[in-house]
Structure formats: structure tokens, C-alpha cells
Design a protein around this ligand. Structure first.
Ligand code: ADP
Ligand code: GN1
Ligand code: MG
Length: 367
């Protein structure tokens, strides 16, 4: 179905006039829709196609989002906030559901567009990074009493790094599109770190790290910063909200935002971990979490950063070896470039592990 055909099936206020591709996400097909109301004014919405091949249980996925957004709405209302701006709001369909299913199994959903707020693709000001950290920490904090068992695991083993490692090895073995040869160095980089893969998940299995309701995809462009106040306003992209580890939410933000280069930078001399941004984020995240993290979680935050970067690099590399079937790419070899960049960052994090640990100690002391 075309976005116009789909758009007609949602309860938009006004008539759909325009739609354009929007945003820089790697997963969904996102459109910005403009509707004209009878009085001549316009309203904007986000319309998204969610792929069946990635999210295999669309009903479960949308039910998660419905439950989490209504829970957050209530919490925000109680705190005197504005639920229309501080959380995502699904638009119902004409038949009263919250998504449209195509024959292919792909689904479409719509949200109100959050106006006068920005999603950044790179840190422009440390203050924005601090605000994003606070927002992600607070998101976890607000969901601390949410019944995690009522959530579907929308992508099974999403941050199960040993399983990701197995998938990676299978992709190397299969060499489906003949790209193993050109990626030998990157493959070796992962193989050399086999011992690391289970560190976080084993601590969870041993009861050393608690399971929480987490976002699981905490990159900077999944949070909106209010243009007027400069504050972190709304956490978006809720497809992977499910039980997970707090250190992974922390770590994925560091992977993306504390890199001195873009996620797909090809000049690897520009890639490094900014310790100053690491500290900025740690302060914001701990404040947002409101003192709820355990000592072990705090201690493992630097490891979370390294493991999320290694896991993500391995996922990009796996996708490259499988023929770019998962992440959207914008040029040939894009996933390999992304993987190389992540591995350069992992190598720098390994050098800076002691400094990261010292920073966490300092942030705890001053919290
Ligand atoms: P993906 O899973 O592909 O990353 P997202 O849900 O993150 O998809 O959406 C892609 C982009 O669309 C976001 O980075 C953001 O810029 C924009 N976006 C998504 N939802 C909204 C919204 N409700 N209001 C304003 N912008 C939005
Ligand atoms: C994807 O959806 P988006 O672009 O915010 C991916 C994340 C990766 C990220 C890498 C559902 O995030 O897990 O860390 O790309 N999301 C999914 O940039 O796989
Ligand atoms: Mg996104």
C-alpha cells in the first residue's frame, strides 16, 4: 500500500495533503504527513511502516507500545507534565485499532508529530547529550514499577551478545554473498574477543545484574530535545522497549553519542571515545535514574559501553556478510564502514577502561 492509501485509514485531523520520507532511522520507513484542517491550518503526523521481517510479532509489538505509552502518560500527568509532548501518542485507525496490516504482514502506525523539538544525529552541544542522558535515565526510572512480564520480547535475544556472536559466526561460515575475504581483519577483531561476549549476560544469569524495563535502542536520535527549553522532552522509537539491562541502555548511548565521529565515519583516525562526553552522559543518566542503580550496575557501566559497541559492530558486520538484509544502507559497503568504525571505538574504549572506571567513581561521589 502507498502512504496515501494507508494515511486515509487513520483518524488524522484534517485531510492528508503531503507526505515525505523523514528521519535517519535504520529500521522503519518513516514519513512526515501534513494534514489540512477545515479552518485552513495544518497538523503534522508521523506515519511508519514496520517490517514484518524484523518484528515478527507486530500485534505483540504494538500492544507493548500501547501499554507503555499509556502507563507513561498517566505518570507524566500525575507529575503535572504534558503527556501529548512528553511521550509518544498513537493515532487510532478508523476501525478503532492502532495499526494497519498489509497483506505482506508489514504494519503501519501513526503518531502525533512532536513539534518544536529536535532529534540530533551527532552531539552538537554537551548540554544536549546531558539532557538525552537524563531523559533515558528518567524513562527507565518511570518504568521501574511497570509489570515487565506483561511485555512481549519484540526481538528475541536482542541484546544477547553470545547469541549475536553465534549468528555472526554462522554468517562467516555461510559467506552468502562472498564478502568474507574483504572483511578478514574485522572478523578477526570479533573472534579475538570471544571471551568478552558473555560477560554482561552471565552477570545477569548469576543474579548480579537486575532485569529492568529498558529502551534497548538509546541512540541520540531516539530522544527529542525541546527547542524552547533545551530540556530532554520525549524518548521515541519504542519498538524495543522490553526487559533488559540498564548498562546496555547506558552503553548504547555512549557508543553513538560519545564517539568523536559519526557512526559510519570512514576516516578511522577521527574515531575515539570522548571521556568528557562519557562523563557528561554518566552524570545525566545517573540523575535521571534517580539513585535506583545498584552498585554492580554502576560498576559495570563502562563495560556496558564497550559491549554495546562491540555487539553493534558485530551486527553491522553480520549484515554486511549476509548481503545488507537488516539495516538500511545508503552506499555500497555502508555496513562494513559502520562495523569498522564501531571496532575502532571498541579499541579506544579498551585503552580508556581505567579512565572510564575512575569517571564513574567520581560521578557517584558527587551525585
Ligand atoms: P527507526 O526505528 O527507523 O529509527 P524512529 O521511530 O526512530 O524509526 O523514527 C525515525 C525518525 O523520525 C526519528 O529519529 C525522529 O527524527 C523522527 N520521529 C519519529 N517519531 C517522531 C515524533 N512522534 N515526532 C517527531 N519526530 C519523530
Ligand atoms: C537501529 O532503529 P534505529 O535506527 O534507532 C537498531 C539498533 C542499532 C542501531 C544502530 C530495532 O536503531 O539496535 O543499535 O540501528 N534497531 C533495531 O545505529 O535493530
Ligand atoms: Mg530510531
Amino acid at each position: 500500500m502507498t502512504p496515501e492509501e494507508v494515511g486515509r485509514q487513520f483518524r488524522f485531523d484534517g485531510t492528508m495533503e503531503e507526505h515525505d520520507r523523514y528521519g535517519n532511522g535504520h529500521i522503519n520507513d518513516t514519513y512526515l504527513v501534513v494534514c489540512r484542517k477545515e479552518d485552513g491550518s495544518t497538523l503534522r503526523y508521523i506515519l511508519q511502516r514496520v517490517h514484518r521481517s524484523i518484528f515478527k510479532d507486530p500485534d505483540g509489538l504494538m500492544e507493548n507500545i500501547r501499554k507503555v505509552t499509556s502507563y507513561l502518560s498517566e505518570k507524566i500527568r500525575q507529575a503535572g507534565g504534558d503527556p501529548m509532548r512528553e511521550t509518544m501518542n498513537l493515532i487510532p485507525t478508523l476501525s478503532g485499532g492502532n495499526f494497519i496490516r498489509e497483506e505482506s504482514g508489514d504494519i503501519w502506525r501513526a503518531y502525533t508529530f512532536i513539534e518544536n523539538a529536535t532529534c540530533f544525529d551527532q552531539v552538537e552541544k554537551p548540554e544536549d547529550f546531558y539532557q538525552s542522558a537524563y531523559a533515558f535515565g528518567k524513562f527507565q526510572n518511570l518504568l521501574a514499577d511497570f509489570d515487565a512480564s506483561s511485555l512481549t520480547e519484540t526481538i528475541v535475544d536482542f541484546h544477547n551478545t553470545p547469541v549475536r556472536f553465534q549468528n555472526f559466526k554462522a554468517a562467516v561460515e555461510a559467506d552468502a554473498v562472498g564478502r568474507v575475504k574483504e572483511a578478514e581483519e574485522e572478523i578477526r577483531f570479533c573472534m579475538d574477543r570471544e571471551q568478552d561476549m558473555g560477560v554482561c549476560i552471565n552477570m545477569f544469569k548469576n543474579g548480579e545484574l537486575p532485569l529492568r524495563v529498558t529502551h534497548n535502542d538509546t541512540k541520540l536520535n531516539n530522544v527529542m530535545i525541546d527547542n524552547a527549553t533545551g530540556k530532554g522532552l520525549c524518548v521515541i522509537d519504542l519498538d524495543t522497549v522490553m526487559p533488559g539491562l540498564s548498562i546496555n541502555d547506558f552503553g548504547d548511548s555512549i557508543r553513538f553519542g560519545a564517539n568523536t565521529a559519526a557512526e559510519d565515519e570512514t576516516d578511522l583516525s577521527k574515531v575515539s571515545l570522548s571521556l568528557s562526553l562519557f562523563e557528561t552522559y554518566a552524570k545525566g543518566f545517573l540523575e535521571g535514574c534517580g539513585g535506583k542503580l545498584t552498585e554492580q550496575e554502576l560498576r559495570m557501566l563502562p563495560m556496558g559501553a564497550k559491549m554495546m559497541t562491540l555487539e553493534c559492530g558485530m551486527r553491522f558486520l553480520t549484515d554486511h556478510l549476509e548481503g545488507d538484509v537488516y539495516f538500511k544502507i545508503h552506499r555500497p559497503g555502508h555496513n562494513l564502514d559502520r562495523a569498522r568504525c564501531q571496532f575502532a571505538l571498541v579499541a579506544d574504549m579498551e585503552k580508556k577502561m581505567d579512565e572510564m572506571n575512575r569517571i564513574i567513581e567520581r560521578v557517584i561521589m558527587t551525585a
